[in-house]
Design a protein around this ligand. Sequence first.
Ligand code: SAH
Ligand code: SF4
Ligand code: F3S
Length: 459
Amino acid sequence: MALAHERVFGQRYLPLQPAPYKAYIETYGCQMNFADSELVAGILQSTGYGFTADPAEADLVLLNTCAIREHAEEKIWQRLKYFQSLKHKRSHLIVGVLGCMAERLRKKLMEEAPVVDLVAGPDSYRHLPQLIRQVEEGHKAIHTLLSREETYADVAPLRLSPHKVSAYISIMRGCNNMCSFCIVPFTRGRERSRPWQSIVEEARTLADQGYKEITLLGQNVDSYNDNGVLFAELLQRVAEAVPEVWIRFATSHPKDMKDEVLKTIAAYPNLSPYIHLPVQSGSDSVLERMNRGYTAAWYKERIAAIRTYLSDAVLSTDIIVGFCGESEEEFQDTLRLMEEVRWDSVFQFMYSERPGTLAARRYKDDVPSSVKQARLEQVIALAQRIGLENHQLRIGKVYEVLLEKAARRNPEDMAGRTFSGLPVVVRDASRRYEPGDKVRVHITEVSAVTLIGYALGAA
Ligand code: SAH
Ligand code: SF4
Ligand code: F3S
């Protein structure tokens, strides 16, 4: 989901105040999982836990996992071996697996990785204190019941990112879409929307704490519905409640994205015109097998609507290559669509069969992995070329940029984003500015993925 859409990576929490017991949380997967880890941290803190960035000094290790592709799960099996070795040295260490892989594999995790003491699915986090107590009393603990109501609306997340610049708010949970390739409806259950008042309140609290950017999260934000308050209205209420904060959201679904939402974005100066609209494939027959509920022509019409209402829109997408039965011709349709839509960034994946999904039951995973790999490389090369061409048109322009952190390559530079979500590296900014500052930046160079420039002054 979304530009900060790095799919699978670990995040280590920073130490907070000293406490008798220390938890270490490592998070994989999408932004929703990151938001969930902050809920889990909030729940643990209220039971007296502190946090550490070093697993070697932790009393409780929690892995918040992802199940979207096989590779995501393989990584966790590997990580568990490491925690097994740690437990040899710290016998009281409790190891728990949370998130989507916990929901999918349940008992199998404990059976095949004896290091695992505790398994809790995405709707089970309220039960963590009891589950931990159960482990302390010498039992294994498991809770993976999915709920139709749980939205954690009353749980205060503990924000642990090093800078108070950007924050996530989950506005809904689960997914009812049943895209044939996708495990999420099985790991996160039925869709439910969080009451709009609690979202607005959380946004206001974040604004009062000095946050500059908020991303509203859901697997399909366009189907948000809190007793008749739809997504466009929610956006409007949040935009009005925190006029000083930039608001983003993810993820939109092409079959459900309404013009009303686009009109609302156009009407409020703090609603970012960044739209992540996963297409998955450019072929109608593949889209049909994927059960996505739209055609390539429908998708293009939605893109045209975005560009009509939002002249400065920045667009990104997800593409799966090598889905069941994908012929060379069908794959070429995807490349053709890329040339037509010209997304600013593309997240591309090789199809990975997930047990129990519609596709796994109905179709054969019959595209050889060498073909998947070759197609992935073609998508990457084309996305890079188009991304670079789009970026070249931005050389010489001046953008307002929210600075987020020191740049990875050169800590004298800072990394940030434009209001429309484009990543920017600002040269020599670290001496003059801090994370959270907004500056005007003159773009002098570009790469396929970032704009690069110099700060002209505070915005
Ligand atoms: N609701 C979100 C889905 C999150 S999953 C959304 O629609 O964006 C993020 C992306 O992972 C999907 O868009 C899809 O491109 C990819 N994905 C999901 N299941 C996959 C699978 N089985 N194999 C490969 N990629 C997959
Ligand atoms: Fe998965 Fe489709 Fe739901 Fe996204 S919309 S989470 S791809 S089922
Ligand atoms: Fe997210 Fe992975 Fe679950 S992408 S919803 S953490 S399967």
